[in-house]
Design a binder for this molecule. Structure first.
Ligand code: HEC
Length: 87
């Protein structure tokens, strides 16, 4: 129970921390989407899974993970997709 609450608080703090940083594009995502694929799949893993920007954006928007809530805007997703080389 305590662990669960701690994890939830940590997740919320992280979302606010990342959302308030004025990075653009993939820089905004890579705090979570790390090369170690933790807590979220990194660049290589995402590129393996998604071949088109439309799919990438759709899945990002459909994500049920609360950590993604602040990163579903078209501006963020378009910039990130472009940086990853998705068309
Ligand atoms: C606060 C951490 C965090 C940030 C920042 C973040 N994400 Fe995520 N994202 C996650 C988590 C956690 C998941 C769920 C991973 C899973 O289900 O394995 C996820 C899932 C995704 C998925 C779906 C992956 C899949 O295979 O289902 C996409 C696409 C995605 N994020 C794109 C982005 C983009 C683009 C950005 C930057 C604009 C971003 N994310 C920023 C945490 C984050």
């Amino acid at each position: 129970m305590v662990r669960k609450i701690t994890a939830m608080v940590a997740a919320i703090v992280m979302v606010f921390a990342f959302a308030s940083v004025s990075f653009a594009g993939w820089d905004k995502c890579k705090g979570c989407h790390t090369d170690a694929n933790k807590p979220a799949p990194g660049k290589a893993a995402l590129l393996k899974k998604f071949k088109a920007a439309v799919d990438f954006k759709k899945v990002a928007k459909d994500s049920k993970n609360p950590m993604m809530n602040a990163f579903k805007g078209d501006a963020d997703l378009d910039a990130a997709a472009k940086e990853l080389g998705l068309k």
